[in-house]
Write a protein that binds this ligand. Structure first.
Ligand code: PAF
Length: 278
């Protein structure tokens, strides 16, 4: 494994090895088993695997969220070091990617960003698209791996690649869950023990909603979810949306399996998201 802190150093070495396939796993660090599974898959499918570790300031709409986001570079590197294969880590400072101005580019993803995370975290996807484009330009991967836990992000990145004609293949990867059903996330480590024990209720609720699908409309399921979380006041429900899996627009009629149910809740100060095929 090699670790680079500057894109110029990484590219100088990359030009020397001429890998035919380079798979990028973009991360904000605080690596967990879900990330490791992405890296392992990328190792199976590429000659070279690039793992970026960078907590991107422009995608945080809340300064406290950015401040509290776990930063664990040393242990991240130790976890990657244990894997076998050709891994290059890129762990830059903001200035290596943003040069002098840490600002997001004003992208317009239209309806794709008008709902859910886009509606609830103003500017979030401009920040994500800005950094993902910068990473693609700096590292020139042939493919890039994105987890479906951030399903809307995956759609935005696919739209970005199409819009900007970036020659990279986006590979969607299934959500990885703990044995109790909680979707793996770097934010889980911010949960206190009581909230961590309660957090599997998020996935359980999605499963219960799915069981209602045969006999109830999306609107009825949504109001059932709202009532359900009123009985569990530790959870602050931000949204529950059943949407078309392509357009991400709220659906009023359930048609086959083209839908996904999305949820965002706060447990204490920790905001968690999840989704399932619906
Ligand atoms: O999903 C993430 O960890 C981040 O949004 C990403 C894609 C690394 C961009 O900062």
């Amino acid at each position: 494994m090699k670790v680079f802190y500057q894109k110029s150093e990484l590219n100088a070495s990359k030009n020397k090895i001429l890998a035919k396939s380079a798979g990028l796993v973009p991360t904000m660090g605080a690596l967990h088993e879900g990330h490791i599974i992405l890296v392992k898959r990328a190792l199976e499918e590429n000659e070279l695997v690039l793992v970026s570790i960078f907590v991107n300031p422009t995608q945080f709409n809340d300064p406290d969220d950015l401040k509290n986001y776990p930063k664990t570079l040393k242990s991240d590197l130790q976890k990657l070091e244990k894997l076998e294969g050709n891994i290059w880590v890129y762990a830059p400072n903001a200035s290596d990617l943003y040069l002098e101005s840490i600002t997001a580019k004003p992208f317009d993803f239209g309806a794709l960003e008008s709902t859910m995370e886009g509606a609830n975290r103003k500017g979030h996807f401009e920040g994500v698209a800005t950094i993902v484009q910068k990473l693609f330009e700096a590292l020139e991967p042939t493919s890039a791996y994105f987890g479906e836990k951030d399903f809307q992000q995956l759609k935005i990145v696919s739209a970005l690649v199409e819009k900007e004609k970036i020659p990279v293949k986006i590979i969607p990867c299934p959500i990885i869950r703990h044995s109790d059903g909680l979707a793996m996330s770097s934010r889980n480590r911010l949960l206190n023990p009581k909230h961590r024990a309660m957090a599997p209720l998020i996935y359980e609720t999605l499963q219960k909603a799915l069981a209602l699908k045969e006999k109830h409309s999306p609107a009825q399921i949504e109001s059932w979810i709202i009532d359900f979380f009123e009985l569990h006041p530790e959870f602050e429900l931000e949204y529950f949306t059943i949407a078309d899996a392509e357009s991400l627009q709220k659906t009023s009629v359930l048609n086959g399996t083209k839908n996904r149910a999305f949820i965002a809740v706060k447990l204490g100060n920790v905001r968690l998201i999840d989704n399932i095929k619906f």
